[in-house]
Write a protein that binds this ligand. Structure first.
Ligand SMILES: CC(C)(COP(=O)(O)OP(=O)(O)OC[C@H]1O[C@@H](n2cnc3c(N)ncnc32)[C@H](O)[C@@H]1OP(=O)(O)O)[C@@H](O)C(=O)NCCC(=O)NCCS
Length: 178
């Protein structure tokens, strides 16, 4: 289990304890890396080096409880028409409390604010993303992602992740017609 994880769930369940979402500072990078690599060791996320997190620090949003990083997500712009949700993680004892959902919503809000119509995730948890309206797609239909990032991954081409895409314009059109 992630070090010092034991009583986080208990703290979160008490009404006195509040977690907050914020943009990270560079000093948060080791904690973010630790959280991602905790799940990478279990082979449910791809590993990251702390230098990758430094480089991408502006893309991250974190969830913090009493100075401790308990959740994170990154939302890099992939191309003019696509934003990616990457490195989404919530420590085990804080899962199923709505933190993952909020982190995804921050990314979707980012995409809307930037005027980017589609959001991509490569994931081992496609069912989680389907809840937001993401739909599965073939990685071959995402050549920019594959040739920009995937080819540098040690698990390429057999990472086993599923590609899912959310079309924000289609969702807006649907809600306007309701
Ligand atoms: C996937 C993950 C980020 C979800 O975080 P979370 O904080 O537990 O998610 P939430 O509590 O916000 O759940 C939101 C909804 O998704 C559902 N959900 C949570 N995990 C799910 C999963 N693995 N599959 C399907 N649905 C899931 C919840 O039941 C909830 O449904 P509801 O809105 O009907 O109540 C978390 O389980 C995690 O960090 N897993 C390990 C790392 C990982 O697999 N990352 C995935 C991205 S590559």
């Amino acid at each position: 289990m992630f070090a010092g994880n034991a009583d986080i769930g208990k703290q979160l369940r008490t009404t006195m304890t509040k977690y907050k979402f914020r943009k990270p500072v560079i000093a948060d990078a080791p904690a973010i890396t630790g959280l991602i690599n905790h799940f990478a060791e279990k082979r449910i996320m791809l590993p990251r080096a702390v230098a990758d997190v430094w480089e991408r620090i502006r893309d991250f949003t974190i969830c913090e409880l009493k100075g401790r990083v308990i959740g994170c997500v990154a939302a890099p712009v992939l191309w003019e028409d696509m934003l990616e949700i990457r490195s989404l993680a919530v420590i085990e004892s804080a899962q199923k409390m709505g933190i993952g959902r909020r982190l995804v919503e921050f990314c979707l809000q980012d995409a809307r604010m930037l005027g980017i119509p589609r959001v991509l995730a490569l994931t081992y948890k496609p069912d989680f993303f389907r809840r937001f309206g993401f739909q599965e797609c073939e990685k071959e239909t995402l050549p920019r992602k594959v040739w920009k990032d995937c080819i540098y991954c040690p698990l390429f081409p057999k990472c086993g992740e599923t590609a899912v895409v959310l079309d924000l314009e289609a969702i807006s059109a649907k809600s306007r017609s309701c």
